[in-house]
Design a protein around this ligand. Structure first.
Ligand code: PFF
Length: 446
């Protein structure tokens, strides 16, 4: 099996696909709303710490485990520890990947509605308040969100059926650079708004009295979600890397670019939030109310808006493809299913749960579990619980169980390397301890 495995073809292809997985709605939709709810600057400081101390080491661990075993998350653990129970971590990853795919597709479906609205002129000349009304009306109506969720999952299916290499690599190569340029343009535009200073103050002047266990766990969850780690996505992708791929470089570039895009998105959103007199803590709707209002002030608003939502749609696709690959690679490698069958099964399950998530803004709005809607529950449980749990065990495994020589060979060609030492140190001590402490303080033990 290992010889036949597909490989990404170029260096750029590797970076573009891992960045393509990392950059998506997590950066542009979720980061601003989490930062807004977490009090801005304080949230961002914690977030950056988590990226550096836990995020980058865990990406490295996933890369090492994936490339050296050439297997999916479940198979990788079984390969190195056939007798242990480590492969159960694979089940956590697979569960997380299906749950994320379900609610993520709902939001990706919203981007499709917004592309449609921009083309048909429905997003022109509104204020943030009127877009708020428009978003509420759309998301509460049951059929349209449901239809777009299914439509998005079918787009995802079409690309997945063709295999990872052809579809994802090509699309990411073209799309990522255009998205960066567009974000920079919008960023400059936002910085020229009259209350830009207030927005920047909110983002970059941390008020540490706002750091509660809830904020810390939110920032940690966001970091895991944004870097696509803790569930085996980066492990599965690394199983397609060639021996020549520089894992250190790929891990660092992925984390840096991903963080850069998230910060850019926040710098686009918050100056506008304050200039329009809106509240930063509006939850999941935030970006879908503020962005159209920004676009409608620009000359040629519909063009900007179509371009942006099309790119966001593609960025979402490159992310959902990567998370789907976790369960598809598992079904193909371990359950010997055909790619066609595995892809349909993955899509079918996601359509079912995605429909529940989509309707939880409408007719299922009253269904509350632990005080959260179905959508809210999927979002919270995956980012704040399942991914950090996965990350905890991946760190422990790579730091304590995996042969040190394999770790060094993959990260530094077997040579002495400060980077490899530092990563292993973080995986042994810092990441597991930090995740544990954050969990314990969340449940009130510490
Ligand atoms: N990192 C993606 C984003 O920020 O949009 C979301 C994601 C992709 C999460 C892949 C998990 C995953 F496996």
């Amino acid at each position: 099996m290992s010889q036949k495995r597909l490989q990404f073809t170029t260096k750029l292809g590797v970076i573009a696909t891992t960045v393509g997985s990392a950059v998506g709605l997590g950066n542009i939709w979720r980061f601003p709303y989490e930062a807004g709810e977490g009090g801005g600057g304080a949230f961002i400081v914690v977030y950056l710490l988590v990226i550096a101390l836990i995020g980058i080491p865990v990406i490295c661990a996933e890369f090492v485990l994936g490339r050296s075993s050439r297997r999916n998350i479940f198979g990788a653990f079984r390969h190195f520890s056939p007798k242990g129970k480590w492969h159960y971590v694979g089940y956590v990853g697979i569960l997380a990947s299906i749950m994320i795919l379900s609610f993520y597709s709902v939001v990706a479906g919203w981007t499709m509605e917004y592309i449609y609205q921009s083309v048909s002129g429905g997003l022109d000349y509104g204020t943030a308040a009127s877009f708020q009304g428009q978003f509420d009306e759309f998301s509460h109506g049951n059929w349209r969100p449901l239809m777009w969720t299914v439509a998005f999952l079918l787009c995802n299916l079409l690309i997945l059926r063709r295999g990872v290499q052809k579809g994802v690599e090509k699309m990411s190569n073209i799309m990522m650079p255009i998205l960066f340029v567009l974000l920079v343009v919008f960023c400059v535009n936002s910085l020229m708004m009259d209350k830009a200073g207030e927005g920047l103050q909110f983002l970059f002047n941390p008020d540490f009295s706002k750091v509660t266990p809830q904020v810390v766990i939110g920032a940690m969850g966001q970091a895991f979600f944004s870097l696509s780690i803790g569930l085996g996505t980066m492990m599965t992708y690394a199983s397609y890397f060639s021996k020549k791929t520089d894992l250190r470089l790929s891990a660092t570039i992925t984390a840096v670019l991903d963080t850069f895009v998230a910060i850019l998105a926040a710098v686009i959103i918050f100056p506008a939030v304050f200039s329009f007199g809106e509240s930063p803590a509006q939850g999941p709707a935030l970006v879908f109310e503020i962005l159209p209002a920004i676009f409608s002030q620009l000359p040629g608003s519909a063009v900007w808006s179509v371009l942006f939502f099309v790119l966001l749609f593609i960025a979402s696709l490159t992310s959902t493809i990567s998370m789907s690959e976790v369960s598809i690679a598992f079904l193909i490698d371990e359950k010997k299913m055909s790619r066609e069958k595995a892809t349909w099964l993955n899509t079918g399950i996601a359509i079912f749960f995605g429909a529940l998530c989509a309707l939880s803004f409408g007719c299922l709005g009253d269904v509350k579990i632990f005080g959260l809607t179905i959508f809210g529950l999927f979002d919270y449980v995956t980012s704040n619980i399942l991914l950090p749990v996965g990350g905890f065990f991946i760190s422990l495994y790579a730091g304590w169980v995996l042969d040190k020589r394999i770790f060094n060979r993959e990260l530094a060609d077997g040579r002495r390397s400060f980077f490899a030492w530092l990563m292993r140190f973080c995986l042994r001590w810092v990441a597991p301890a930090a995740i544990l402490i954050i969990f314990l303080s969340q449940i009130g033990v510490l």
